[in-house]
Write a protein that binds this ligand. Sequence first.
Ligand SMILES: [Zn+2]
Length: 297
Amino acid sequence: MGFVANALIRLAEERDGDTLEKALGHPQARFYLSGEGRFLARGTEEAPEPAFTLEEARSFGVDEAEATLLGWAPGSGEPRFAAALPQGVEAEEGSLLDLRTLGMRGVLAPDIEGQLAQALHFLNWHHRTRFCGVCGGRTATELAGYRRQCLECGTHHFPRTDPVVIMLVRDAKGRGLLGRQRHFAPGMWSCLAGFVEPGETLEDAVRRETREESGIAVGVVSYVASQPWPFPGSLMIGCIGEALTTDIFVQDTELEDCRWFEPDELRAMLSRDHADGLFMPPDYAIANTLIRHASGA
Ligand SMILES: [Zn+2]
């Protein structure tokens, strides 16, 4: 799975007003720099290098006072930062690369991929929290990027993570329920998914989303794994749901189609040798992990 191997030591509780400056003074401080949701990288397409020094970040016009300290590398203690490139800066020093594309191609070391996911999540949150939701005043970054405070009314704003349930629903025969969204590549099918609503348990979110999208009733729900998904700031919570009914009614306009797949069909789709050319998302996506888990592949 992608984005899950981030071992940075974050020390959120130990941060204070001096943390950012101290970490910026470390000779091995490294920056991940983002412009319009993509990361600046040097190197080749097969081996992109997205880490830059403080001097390099400054030379691109980055304001280090606005940087987020993601954490310290285990062992070496080298600090890693995320920062936004100023608008309009041309990427003369490298290419701007999309994190989803990098994940799909599997060209980054797993820990770097996870750190970039954390970086993108923070940068998206900072960008969307420049003004206070209480009074409309400007906010400023604090605790080396781990909090913002309103300059007018003093309200603290903390980074938010939006939970999304993603589920493989299966019936008593071991068949799996998959759907096709309109924007999917031809032949691709995946697990059903949706945002958890306020005041809802994860189990009920799995049952509600499945009923809304397919008409299938779900009983027992069990948790399998989770995956950070910083587009813009989600956590995918992977579950298995046991179906109580089998008749499908596609009611969701998001879904183009929804149907049951036999266990051998699921395995063929995972190994990309399905007779009709049908396939699943690649193994960097949690949908692949869930289907693999549930089908015993
Ligand atoms: Zn305010």
